[in-house]
Design a protein around this ligand. Structure first.
Ligand SMILES: [Zn+2]
Length: 124
């Protein structure tokens, strides 16, 4: 796939998704930390991922659920961890989308800071 070419090897842009200019807005969250939080206190991983309402509700409700039916905890973890993995991949795509723009000549996605398109080689 063409989009997997490393921009540095292509010699075009030094910018990577990791060092975006808006770190607070688009900083990639740690999936491992989110899962850790979820295991410690179901719902905390959602809050960490920015889903505050559902996260806080889950954090309030889950202790009661676990107290009444401790056996459901494994199921809850499984569902939440799958959900967090999906949220994480969405967030990654958003970060990628913020770091790229379409080339005006060939419409391929190129790095935001690129001066030359890595696909068609024309100036942007
Ligand atoms: Zn192009």
């Amino acid at each position: 796939m063409a989009s997997e070419i490393d921009p540095e090897t292509a010699g075009i842009s030094p910018q990577k998704p990791d060092d975006l200019s808006h770190p607070e807005h688009a900083a990639p969250k740690s999936l491992a930390l989110a899962i850790g939080l979820t295991v410690l206190w179901p719902g905390a991983g959602y809050v960490y991922f920015g889903r505050k309402v559902i996260g806080i509700l889950t954090m309030i409700i889950m202790p009661f659920v676990i107290f009444l039916m401790p056996q459901v905890i494994v199921l809850c973890w499984a569902v939440m961890i799958i959900d967090l993995v999906i949220l994480n991949s969405k967030a990654k795509r958003e970060v990628e989308a913020l770091a790229t723009k379409p080339c005006p000549h060939c419409a391929e996605k190129v790095q935001m800071a690129a001066k030359v398109c890595r696909y068609c080689g024309r100036d942007i």
